[in-house]
Design a protein around this ligand. Structure first.
Ligand code: SAM
Length: 272
């Protein structure tokens, strides 16, 4: 198979990649036949999945727009995937061309695609790292010279914490990230849930959790706790389409169907 420009030769294009499957669901161009095939299989098992992924990216875009408008000009986006189709740097730099974004992903394919796409963008960096090593991520983000953690930053964890099982202590990871920020900083989080799900959807989610995606569904209370003492901004921890929709008609009567919560919290003075 022909390797696209700029991708390292050691990338295996004979196996599907989770990041490229996700890119396909989002309507991106950074995927191959083998990824599209797997995506169709997954979509057959969990019909709402593609919609949930698009709703997740749309929530991220609305959140980033709000953060830039609030003066945030540096972002640490962990579990960033392939930064295509209206991603963080596009949304942020459309408002502030000097907004800085450090993308972090565990998937070498996502990292290689990201570096290739962003090679001309002087205000972005891509780090290959695991969310389970938050201290390393923070150190590398600072070392990149792009982020200054002495100033307010937005930590973005969109659709990634549900990949961390309880045994890997996600609450401690979140506490480390929050503690590294100064007042005025923000945390944006989206996370799959079992709450408010009709029984048949829950069955489908359990099935997909066991097979293709291995995610840990959590309650609204669990997800709220990830914010610690941060102040959760309006409208709170809500189903993704309900988080500051551009237009009330942007969602139907059953936003819970997508099975994921989103929220944004602010580090106010005197809390950690
Ligand atoms: C569902 S995608 C979300 C992409 C993007 N944040 C968005 O919302 O559009 C999840 C991403 O998290 C990455 N990921 C999964 N586990 C991770 C970990 N432990 N550390 C860093 N990234 C991880 C995957 O490789 C994938 O690119």
């Amino acid at each position: 198979m022909q390797l696209p420009d700029g991708l390292p030769a050691d990338i295996d294009l004979t196996r599907p990649s989770a990041a490229r499957v996700y890119d396909y669901f989002l309507g991106g161009a950074h995927n191959f036949e083998i990824d599209r095939h797997l995506a169709e299989q997954i979509a057959g098992m969990t019909p709402n999945l593609a919609e949930t992924m698009r709703a997740g990216r749309a929530f991220l875009r609305r959140g980033v727009r709000m953060l830039v408008q609030d003066g945030i000009d540096q972002f640490l986006d962990i579990g960033s995937g392939i930064p295509t189709v209206g991603n963080v740097h596009e949304v942020a730099q459309a408002i502030n061309p000097e907004a800085r974004i450090v993308y972090v992903d565990i998937d070498p394919v996502a990292v290689a695609h990201s570096r290739s796409i962003l090679s001309d963008n002087e205000y972005t960096r891509v780090i290959h790292a695991d969310l389970r090593e938050p201290d390393r991520i923070l150190a590398e983000a600072e070392k990149s010279g792009l982020l200054d953690l002495g100033r307010p930053v937005a930590v973005l964890l969109a659709g990634v914490v549900h990949f961390i099982p309880d045994a890997d202590r996600p609450a401690e990871i979140l506490a480390t990230l929050r503690a590294a920020t100064v007042p005025g900083s923000y945390l944006l989080l989206s996370h799959s849930t079992y709450e408010d799900q009709p029984p048949e959807m829950l069955d489908a989610q359990r099935l997909s959790a066991r097979t293709a995606t291995e995610i840990t569904l959590r309650s609204r209370a669990d997800i709220t706790a990830f914010f610690g003492d941060f102040t959760i901004v309006e409208p709170g921890v809500v189903h993704l389409p309900l988080w500051r929709p551009d237009d009330p008609s942007d969602h139907d009567d059953h936003p819970e169907r997508l099975g994921a919560f989103g929220a944004v919290g602010r580090h106010d003075r005197g809390v950690r």
